[in-house]
Design a protein. Structure first.
Length: 190
């Protein structure tokens, strides 16, 4: 009666080991790829640390999304160029109109604008008349050698990039140029 039991027990042990391995692999696939939570209880309780961690994660996701978007744009541009090329060799083709939306210009290399060691005659222009340029930013501009509206009015893209980088701004100074052009002529920007 007990003659075939050893084979049956061996088969049961092999199946249990195989089921355990399948369970381990499944668990690793489902839960093993997660990032580890903070192990330091003080760091987890600190709201500033949580905010830094959250912002860092959001920044990394944004960089990844930006890279994907750039790759997709390059692919679409290549497809569009290929279709334009095919259309160019088609006898019955109608002229292809260029899209009115232009690709953004390549980022310019930041370059310092014209700067002065000190204001001419000792009296600088009242830079905080420019909307968005408060007293603190006016002092920061003075420390960079920017004292007059006509200096700001002559900024090009490279100078704007440099100022934005130096003052840690995000394209705010681009609006200053048009206002400074008006103020340099003696008119108000109200």
């Amino acid at each position: 009666m007990f003659q075939g039991w050893s084979l049956l027990l061996l088969e049961m042990w092999i199946l249990m080991i195989l089921a355990g391995m399948v369970g381990l692999v499944s668990g690793w696939i489902i839960w093993g790829r997660r990032t580890a939570p903070l192990t330091d209880p003080d760091a987890a309780a600190d709201p500033a640390q949580r905010q830094i961690t959250d912002l860092t994660a959001r920044l990394e996701r944004g960089k990844t999304d930006l890279a994907r978007k750039d790759a997709r744009i390059r692919t679409l541009e290549a497809d569009l160029d290929g279709l334009r090329g095919k259309l160019a060799f088609t006898a019955d083709a109608e002229p292809v109109l260029e899209p009115s939306i232009q690709a953004p210009a390549a980022p310019t290399t930041p370059r310092a604008p014209e700067r002065l060691d000190a204001p001419n005659g000792g009296q600088p222009d009242d830079l905080h008349l420019i909307v968005g340029l408060d007293e603190d930013l006016a002092r920061a501009c003075h420390s960079l050698g920017i004292y007059y509206f006509d200096q700001i009015a002559r900024w090009d893209d490279a100078a704007i990039s440099w100022i934005d980088q130096e003052l840690d701004l995000t394209e705010t100074s681009r609006k200053w140029v048009t206002q400074a052009q008006v103020l340099a002529k003696g008119r108000r920007t109200d």
